[in-house]
Unconditional design. Structure first.
Length: 170
């Protein structure tokens, strides 16, 4: 009888220990599952953005604008504009932007104030690939230029500095 009781207690203790171990493994798997779900959502968002980039580049009405440096810098931005889809800002070898600052694209109309075309930062390797939409609808025929300025993080409602890059619309 004692032997059976001791055996039952040992089995019960082993079962509790195993349950605790399995609960820990389950928690770890749930955390991993949440991380993977986040990765999947990020990849899905990137896939959708790349589909928009492809559609913008493939559309016959998309127009390319070269935005050249206003100073001695050699690098330039190439911006693809489709009035229906948006703007694709591309560049390589973009100089590092100071902490707390961003690059902001401005659409300069022939009449009126500049309209924000979005903010972005170059990747660590100096590349830019940013799909954006203007803050207000505007037709390319009404535009004088596209400019890029360095602005405070989050962007500005109007340019706070002279343009670093300028692309005239002809």
């Amino acid at each position: 009888m004692w032997a059976a009781t001791v055996a039952a207690i040992v089995i019960f203790a082993a079962t509790l220990w195993q349950a605790k171990k399995l609960r820990g493994q389950l928690t770890e798997l749930q955390v991993q599952m949440q991380l993977e779900k986040g990765r999947k959502e990020t990849l899905e968002a990137q896939r959708r953005e790349m589909e928009q980039v492809r559609a913008l580049l493939a559309a016959p009405e998309t127009r390319a604008v070269h935005v050249k440096p206003a100073s001695e810098e050699n690098m330039l931005f190439k911006i693809f504009w489709n009035e229906e889809i948006g703007l694709l800002v591309t560049a390589q070898d973009v100089p590092a932007i100071p902490a707390g600052r961003v690059l902001q694209l401005w659409i300069v109309p022939k009449k009126g104030s500049p309209i924000s075309g979005g903010v972005f930062r170059p990747e660590a390797n100096g590349t830019v690939l940013k799909l954006t939409r203007p803050a207000a609808p505007i037709r390319m025929k009404d535009i004088d230029a596209l400019t890029i300025t360095v602005e405070p993080a989050g962007g500005s409602p109007r340019p706070t500095s002279d343009p670093h890059w300028v692309g005239r619309i002809s």
